[in-house]
Design a protein around this ligand. Structure first.
Ligand code: AMP
Ligand code: TRP
Length: 337
């Protein structure tokens, strides 16, 4: 039996951006070779930001389409939508009764997000968000969870909850997951503000490289990326953040190391580098974009894949939930359940 990997993304944007792709999806695709992989579109999590209903529906399908287009293979891995598997919400409730108020209150992402919107704009779901995330992970007896650095604390909570369940309800109640923090190798920064992480919710649309964007617009964004007043192409995150970001992107897609690229571009101008990076990115993303648009344009085909994924996910999730419900002392609804 291969170890199990679980990861997920929220459907909170019309398109994923290059950072999601290089920082997460590339890893997900690779892990399919060595792991039993389950990847979710976590739409229940997205409800915490009060999305417009039709937009949530479109973004849920578009996010799944981009997983598939990037190479997540539904023949080998489970691809599903969180709300299709009711056990997620059910386990989240159970876990909330095992989570201390203070423990949940220490989550820095909650503090940041709630500070931004103020108390009147903060819903309880935003507070319990990490508990739902723990449910996602623990339902599948997950061994490994690849996530970005910003999710480290949430992962730690999932591990603490898993250990607590095993202590209180007996060893083997749940698997304690390991974090697999995707290191800075492919951390992509905003093209306009290269000290900030490229993000789906970036303020300047010119700063991102969106996978579903028109290739001409992508090239334009790259060609107008902020650099510095120097002229030497070199890698220095401190003093040359913009150029360094372009080199990181280039290296991730082209296979040449950053050192090799610096050597190859010696004496050349920033404009030259930008044109080449734009070409590489467009060439790389075009087939992915086209595959994603194909899925989006045939929602019946996409929904069928997601229905199949949900059925497979439910088989695993319901067994875990039954085990937990039994161990905490809930009476089964049907004899022998
Ligand atoms: P988010 O867009 O925050 O929901 O992130 C989804 C996944 O993409 C997480 O695993 C992040 O770590 C990864 N990710 C998002 N933005 C970047 C970025 N700029 N560079 C590298 N990885 C990223
Ligand atoms: N909170 C994660 C993020 O914003 C998304 C997520 C939800 C997740 N449930 C998960 C990631 C379970 C890994 C495992 O990136």
């Amino acid at each position: 039996m291969k170890p199990r990997v679980f990861s997920a993304m929220q459907p909170t944007s019309d398109s994923l951006q290059l950072g999601n792709y290089l920082g997460a999806l590339v890893q997900w695709v690779k892990l399919q070779d060595t792991h039993d992989a389950i990847y979710g579109v976590v739409d229940l999590h997205a409800l915490t930001v009060a999305p417009e209903p039709q937009q949530l529906r479109d973004r849920t399908r578009a996010t799944a389409a981009q997983f598939l287009a990037a190479g997540v293979d539904p023949e080998r891995s489970i691809v599903f939508v969180q709300s299709h598997v009711p056990e997620h919400a059910e386990l989240a409730w159970l876990l909330s009764t095992y989570t201390g108020m203070g423990e949940a209150g220490r989550m820095t992402q909650f503090k940041d997000k709630s500070a931004k919107v103020g108390e009147s704009g903060t819903n309880v779901g935003l507070f319990t968000y990490p508990i739902l995330m723990a449910a996602d992970i623990l339902l599948y007896d997950t061994d490994l969870v690849p996530v970005g650095e910003d999710q480290r604390q949430h992962l730690e909570l999932s591990r603490d909850l898993a250990e607590r369940l095993n202590t209180r309800l007996g060893e083997g109640t749940v698997v304690v997951p390991d974090a697999h923090i995707v290191e800075a190798t492919a951390k992509i920064y905003d093209l306009q503000e290269p000290t900030k992480k490229m993000s789906k919710s970036s303020v300047s649309p010119k700063g991102t490289i969106e996978i579903l964007e028109d290739p001409k617009k992508i090239a334009k964004n790259i060609k107008s990326a902020a650099t510095d007043s120097d002229t030497v192409i070199a890698f220095d995150r401190e003093s040359k953040a913009g150029v360094s970001n372009l080199l990181t992107i280039y290296s991730a897609l082209d296979g040449r190391s950053v050192e090799q690229l610096v050597a190859d571009y010696e004496g050349k101008m920033y404009g030259h580098l930008k044109v080449d990076v734009a070409d590489v990115v467009v060439e790389y993303l075009t087939p992915i974009r086209e595959a994603a648009l194909d899925w989006i344009e045939s929602p019946d085909r996409l929904d069928a894949v997601l229905a199949d994924g949900a059925a497979k996910a439910r088989t695993i999730a319901s067994a875990t939930l039954d085990r937990l419900y039994d161990r905490v002392g809930l009476v089964p609804p049907t004899p022998g359940r």
